[in-house]
Design a protein around this ligand. Structure first.
Ligand SMILES: *Cc1c(COP(=O)(O)O)cnc(C)c1O
Length: 485
């Protein structure tokens, strides 16, 4: 049976005169010097409810949420791993929680040390010379990295490089960021095995190309074995090689982009380094550069002064600010806590375990789901819908059917290389029992698609909303109380 479409709004639970807190009477006196144009003419519309109603309302609303803390969340290209609670606790310690970005740096030396230490660790993990933590997201990191690349070319008086090469399998943010940074996009094709067509890439490299953006493992979960060859060709053509490290998870402890020949990279701390994400929460997309490109990174930066103290450099830089201050500080604390908790040996297990889990799920389902690119895969893989296409059951139907079993849907219809893409990333934090339960449900859905396809197509049966008009929901969503009233 369907849950209620939505739990009542707090306004709908309101009764005039009812209240949950007693405040002392207070006479605010005359309204100071406020001009009449600033005074409200109608009463403030606030809900009036008792305390238990408020508590139940918000607790029940929160139960409508699905998160990695409530269940398995195999959303490909998103690394929805479990985020240890100890990292959240670190954000709230007494020395950190009350910090203000504008307080004198002499009173925030510890915070600046956290910042600088994380930059150094990321440089070590990525095989880069230097990092900036400024950017607020992966896409913002891409934009920042591309602006660094532009500043590099311009510093050499090279103004002809106005184009950036992006593989057709790339995350949508790659071409979008390149366009935001003012570049024209040149697409390269993927081969049947999902890797970049090096021949096609070579034919497009010339003096108009500023950079080539690569993701490795790429978005179909395949390792790009030709990277050394690609790096050589890109550098020979005078361009730089950009690494989209949003999904650094499979690389941890196994390989470093810097060692493969990448010049500039970003990392999504909110995917790999333990910040819960989804729903637009705070993130960070630090950008690393190889030796020789450090001077093109944006300010503000934390600098080490001669007397050993730390300060912030707000001065001019190569292309202007991407952030007013140092960035999303709480995300850095969680990332550093995560790195220090796991240590070098622990981090080195992340990539191999994420890879093992992905291959386990892939191997357990590929007899029923179409695997267009044979494994082994890295941290994620892509099915092209069911093998039995005669059932009429689509990837969207499968994704929705999973919801009735307490699993979040995988990423669907991305990458664009296949019509029925179903992209699964289990991550390293899941137990064999969880993976087996997911596999069992996926197998069940595939079997049911043959015998009772309409039942699968009718799912989900247990969610507040099951089959909204997708276009309408995307183009004119009703998001406010006034729209629902
Ligand atoms: C998530 C992701 C991005 C974008 O990161 P945001 O923080 O969402 O901007 C870029 N590239 C890849 C491969 C990703 O998975």
């Amino acid at each position: 049976m369907n849950k209620k479409l939505y739990s009542p709004l707090i306004f709908e639970l309101s009764h005039p005169g009812r209240h949950g807190a007693d405040l002392p009477d207070y006479d605010y006196g005359t309204r100071g010097g406020l001009g009449s144009h600033l005074l409200r003419t109608t009463a403030l519309e606030l809900p009036e409810t008792d305390e238990p109603t408020v508590v139940r309302h918000y607790t029940n609303s929160s139960n409508n949420n699905f998160g990695v803390d409530t269940g398995f969340y195999p959303l490909g290209s998103c690394t929805m791993k479990y985020n240890p609670k100890v990292n959240e606790a670190m954000v709230n310690v007494a020395g950190i929680a009350p910090l203000h970005p504008a307080q004198p740096t002499s009173t925030a030396q510890g915070a600046l040390k956290i910042y600088r230490t994380l930059e150094k660790y990321l440089a070590e993990i990525g095989g880069m010379a230097e990092f900036t933590l400024n950017p607020f997201a992966g896409a913002h990191g891409e934009y920042t990295g591309l602006m660094v690349i532009r500043a590099y070319h311009l510093s050499r008086g090279d103004e002809t490089r106005q184009r950036v090469i992006v593989p057709d399998s790339a995350h949508g943010t790659n071409p979008a960021s390149a366009a935001m940074a003012g570049f024209e996009i040149v697409e390269v094709k993927s081969l049947a095995d999902g890797t970049v067509d090096v021949k096609d890439l070579r034919s497009k490299l010339d003096e108009t190309i500023a950079a080539v953006m690569m993701t490795n493992p790429n978005t179909v979960g395949m390792f790009e074995k030709a990277i050394p060859e690609i790096a050589e060709a890109v550098h020979k053509a005078g361009a730089l090689l950009y690494y989209d490290g949003a999904n650094l998870n499979p690389m941890l402890g196994v390989a470093r982009p810097g060692d493969m020949g990448f010049d500039v990279m970003h990392i999504n701390l909110h995917k790999t380094f333990s910040t819960p994400h989804g729903g637009g929460g705070p993130g960070a997309g630090p950008v690393g550069v190889r030796k020789g490109l450090e001077q093109f990174l944006p300010n503000p930066r934390v600098i080490e002064k001669e007397d050993g103290t730390l300060d912030i450099d707000f001065g001019d830089d190569a292309f202007g600010r991407v952030s007013a201050w140092l960035g999303n500080f709480t995300v850095y604390i969680k990332a550093l806590a995560y790195i220090l908790t796991l240590g070098k040996d622990g981090l080195a297990q992340v990539g191999p375990l994420a890879t093992l889990n992905a291959n386990y799920v892939m191997e357990s389902l590929k007899d029923l789901y179409e695997l267009p690119i044979a494994g082994p895969c890295k941290h994620e893989f892509v099915f092209d819908g069911l093998r039995d296409k005669s059932t009429g059951v689509t990837t969207l139907n499968i994704a929705k059917a999973l919801l009735d079993h307490g699993f979040h849907a995988p990423t669907i219809y991305f990458p664009l290389l296949f019509h029925e893409s179903l992209m699964i990333e289990p991550t390293e934090t899941e137990t064999p029992e969880t993976l087996d339960a997911f596999i069992a449900v996926m197998r069940d859905i595939a079997q049911k698609a043959k015998t009772e396809p309409d039942e699968v197509k009718g799912a989900p049966y247990t969610t507040p909303i099951s089959h909204p008009d997708e276009d309408e929901a995307a183009l004119s969503p009703k998001l406010t109380y006034a729209q629902l009233k």
